[in-house]
Design a protein around this ligand. Structure first.
Ligand SMILES: [Zn+2]
Length: 383
């Protein structure tokens, strides 16, 4: 049926519906609704209903985009959604929305979306309020739709209207890694690197990313607080030997003794054990592989950050070579590496990559990692 007819019928059914008693003789509201529907006749009407006798909610859809209108039942005026937030609670409401934005999105996105000036579309659903962010400029530029889903339970104290909420409704905000997205592991060797490691940990947290730090045993005792900070933020730590000597040039029994020593130091600090080992220089032979009871993780993307000490080189190298399942090697020792991470994480996010620890990469790609095996990358099983 032509949209024109569809709109007329919808409008008629609206006039004849149970809403009549609510509006009484207020002709303003009918005129407002008529005008809104007329202004949107190129779109499909998806909702037209009265909420809590307070407002009529009109929703349209066109090419996957949602358009919404709120008509105040008392005045008949089309108003902003925020007018149905209790006046004294408006700043609390906006603070709550911003809090949820920072939970869901990396900081470089949330910083932009939380600005008052960003245009928003509020969509009323049965159990949740969905906020679409319409006009934005985010660098690096994003392809994905930006929106926030807010369970009414989280904002009910601020709303000036009531709603029926399903008892079994589960809230889904916050950030979760997805098996459907491209996923890579970022790894940092030779630390703990003091303030530089902590800076990297902050950047990872701001960007909803995790990494694996391969640390040197004889540096750990002076780095206990850094180690705690790394773990507290959802990152992982592996062994990078006790003294960073090439394992191939040592007796196997010496390597085993020193690995035990590293394990003990780490356990004393964290109460945990290593799962992974990265031999210094990636240098390993069959005897080490067979005798050391660990999973060996090397890399397939070497940024050579220690050699170039150049932020732009590192960023370009990674962005030009990255693909799903890669393991990237860096060192948490240099300012240029910290600067590269600051620029790289938003770029990777914008390109659709999630950046995770080794364990998360294996789990998201449905891979089980085996001891006495060397992994240079962790691709999906089908590849
Ligand atoms: Zn190293």
């Amino acid at each position: 049926m032509p949209i024109f007819l569809y709109v007329i019928i919808l409008f008629l059914s609206y006039n004849g519906g149970s809403n009549m008693s609510v509006f009484g003789s207020n002709k303003n509201i009918e005129d407002s609704i008529e005008k809104i529907i007329h202004d949107n006749e190129d779109k499909k009407v998806t909702v037209n209903k009265t909420i809590d006798n307070k407002f009529v909610y009109l929703e349209f859809e066109n090419e996957d985009k949602v358009f919404s209108y709120f008509v105040n039942v008392q005045t008949g005026q089309s108003v902003d959604f925020l007018s149905f937030i209790k006046e004294e609670e408006r700043s609390n409401f906006l603070n709550k929305i911003n809090e949820l934005l920072y939970l869901k999105y990396p900081k470089f996105i949330a910083d932009v979306l939380s600005a008052d000036s960003v245009e928003k579309t509020y969509q009323i659903k049965d159990n949740e309020l969905v906020i679409y962010y319409d006009h934005y400029t985010i660098e690096p530029s994003m392809n994905e739709k930006l929106f926030l889903v807010v369970n009414y339970n989280e904002i009910k104290d601020y709303l000036d209207f009531t709603f029926l909420l399903s008892a079994d409704y589960q809230n889904e905000d916050g950030y979760n890694f997805s098996k459907d997205k491209k996923t890579v592991a970022l790894t940092f060797d030779d630390g703990p690197g003091g303030a530089k490691t902590n800076e990297i940990v902050n950047l990872l947290a701001e960007n909803k990313a995790h990494a694996t730090f391969f640390m040197v045993g004889n540096k750990m005792e002076n780095g206990a607080s850094v180690i705690h900070n790394v773990l507290k933020n959802g990152n992982e730590i592996g062994s990078h030997s006790y003294d960073h000597k090439n394992m191939k040039r040592q007796k196997t029994e010496d390597i085993l003794t020193k690995e035990e020593q590293t394990k003990t130091i780490y356990h004393d600090i964290t109460g945990e054990d290593f799962i992974y080992t990265r031999p210094p220089y990636g240098s390993i032979n069959n005897s080490i592989k067979e005798n050391l009871d660990t999973i060996f993780i090397t890399w397939n993307l070497d940024t050579e950050d220690w050699l170039h000490r150049d932020k732009n080189y590192i960023v370009d190298y990674v962005m030009n070579n990255i693909s799903d399942g890669d393991i990237i090697l860096m060192h948490d020792l240099y300012d240029s590496t910290v600067d590269a991470v600051r620029e790289l994480l938003p770029k990777l996010y914008a390109e659709g990559y999630q950046v995770v620890s080794i364990s998360e990469l294996a789990s998201l790609h449905d891979r089980t990692l085996e001891p006495h095996t060397i992994y240079r990358s962790i691709k999906r099983n089908s590849e």
